[in-house]
Design a protein. Structure first.
Lengths: 91, 326
């Protein structure tokens, strides 16, 4: 399993912020491992945001997450999104 | 883990009984894909829709098309229903139970809602706890006797009445090619030719037309917002495998193409994935306007147009699928 790059994680944070038009969160304050849902991270997202992110990942990286159980795991944190993209995108 | 509780449960029972079959194949052979719109009637206090065939139909279709036999049971008495389960489980026969999802203690409390047509499999008993394999969870779960009994004998619409089933016999040979073709033909018939105006593609069109009327049935904006956001839940979050079962059916077509040697099904699978993306756009749009309470006529018309567009593409898709299989 390849470890995701820091560059990719930053790209994901920018993608989330741009997709959800978030203006009040400093990108450097977003923790890579803390859950994006439930209020533990500086970003606090809900289920609607999750679908937006899933679709943004599909548009940017061409990766369709069809199953909602998998989707739930993927969008758990910045690290889990980065790992999914690293594991699945075509080189 | 599985996409959907009924197809996932059927798949695990068949796999345990020695039949190697994937969940998408079970879903496709049983003609799981469907659409039905139900406008406000005496039976429905608010309009709603379904994206799959009725609960229990998948099992019946699998029996018919694969020649598999299931033993089924329903009960009026909870005591008898639990006693029968206790008689079967020690024989190492995994048994699927229909339950109200709300009573499954292993589900996090914030995810528990009353759904009377959830299926999971009881695979053992340890003391007072049943050992459960639930398609929505990656690990084996435990459920105490009281909770299982409450779930199996919950009241309300589509009450489970203790319904349970297990695999009885698997035929020595199965004609998968024939089963797949029959499953596809029936799905095409259901989507294109049922002469009822609210079912199949006609149902999608009715949904598109009627969604602008939904404010008339809502108590207030909160209620309307809740119902509009439910579109997202029904399409994405109730074990649909994403996009109202369109993605799982696309996977079925991909697998079926190999088995019945019809490569054109692979192209159709790709087309359905793209159709599914459109359903996902609808899901997101509905969730967004519901969340923002942005529910004016213009937004609802926009939603209706998006749904109407799905009717058009699905009509073409199922016509092409029907041609490909004949």
């Amino acid at each position: 399993m390849t470890t995701p790059s820091e560059e990719l994680k930053l790209e994901i944070k920018k993608l989330i912020i741009n997709t959800l038009s978030i203006t009040d969160v400093d990108i450097n304050s977003i923790d890579d491992e803390k859950p994006l849902f439930g209020g533990e991270n500086t970003l606090t997202l809900d289920s609607v945001d999750a679908i937006e992110i899933i679709m943004a990942i599909q548009r940017k990286y061409g990766l369709r997450i069809t199953d909602q159980h998998i989707a739930r795991e993927v969008v758990r944190s910045i690290n889990s999104i980065a790992q999914f993209i690293t594991d699945n995108r075509k080189i | 883990m599985a996409a959907h509780c009924e197809s996932g449960t059927l798949t695990s029972l068949l796999n345990y009984a020695g039949l190697e079959i994937s969940e998408p194949l079970v879903f496709g052979i049983s003609s799981g894909i469907f659409f039905g719109y139900f406008h406000k009637t005496k039976a429905f206090s608010f309009p709603t829709f379904i994206v799959r065939n009725k609960p229990g139909q998948m099992r019946k279709n699998i029996e018919k098309r694969l020649g598999v036999k299931f033993s089924t049971y329903t009960f009026n008495s909870p005591d008898k229903g639990m006693a029968k389960l206790d008689e079967i489980i020690p024989q190492n026969i995994p048994t699927a139970c229909q339950v109200d999802f709300f009573y499954l203690d292993y589900v996090p409390s914030w995810e528990r809602v009353h759904i009377n047509a959830h299926f999971m499999t009881v695979i053992g008993k340890e003391g007072n706890n049943y050992v459960i394999s639930d398609a929505y969870f990656p690990t084996i779960m435990q459920l105490d006797t009281g909770s299982l009994e409450k779930g199996r004998f919950a009241g309300g619409n589509m009450s489970p009445k203790g319904f349970m089933f297990h695999c009885k016999t698997i035929p020595q040979t199965i004609d998968f090619e024939s089963a797949i073709k029959k499953g596809i033909k029936k799905a095409c018939f259901n989507m294109l030719s049922i002469p009822i105006p609210f079912l199949g593609v006609k149902g999608i069109r009715m949904f598109a037309k009627k969604v602008v009327e939904w404010p008339e049935f809502a108590r207030d904006t909160e209620h309307l917002s809740h119902e509009i956001m439910k579109i997202n839940i029904l399409l994405e979050d109730q074990g649909t495998g994403g996009a109202g079962f369109r993605f799982i059916y696309a996977t079925f077509l991909q697998q079926a193409a190999e088995i019945i040697h019809k490569p054109q099904l692979k192209d159709l699978s790709q087309q359905l994935m793209i159709i599914g993306d459109g359903w996902r756009e609808i899901s997101l749009f509905a969730a967004r306007i519901g969340k923002n309470r942005d529910l004016g006529q213009e937004k609802l018309r926009q939603l209706g147009d998006m749904i109407h567009d799905r009717a058009d593409v699905e009509e073409d898709f199922f016509k092409n699928l029907s041609k490909a299989i004949n």
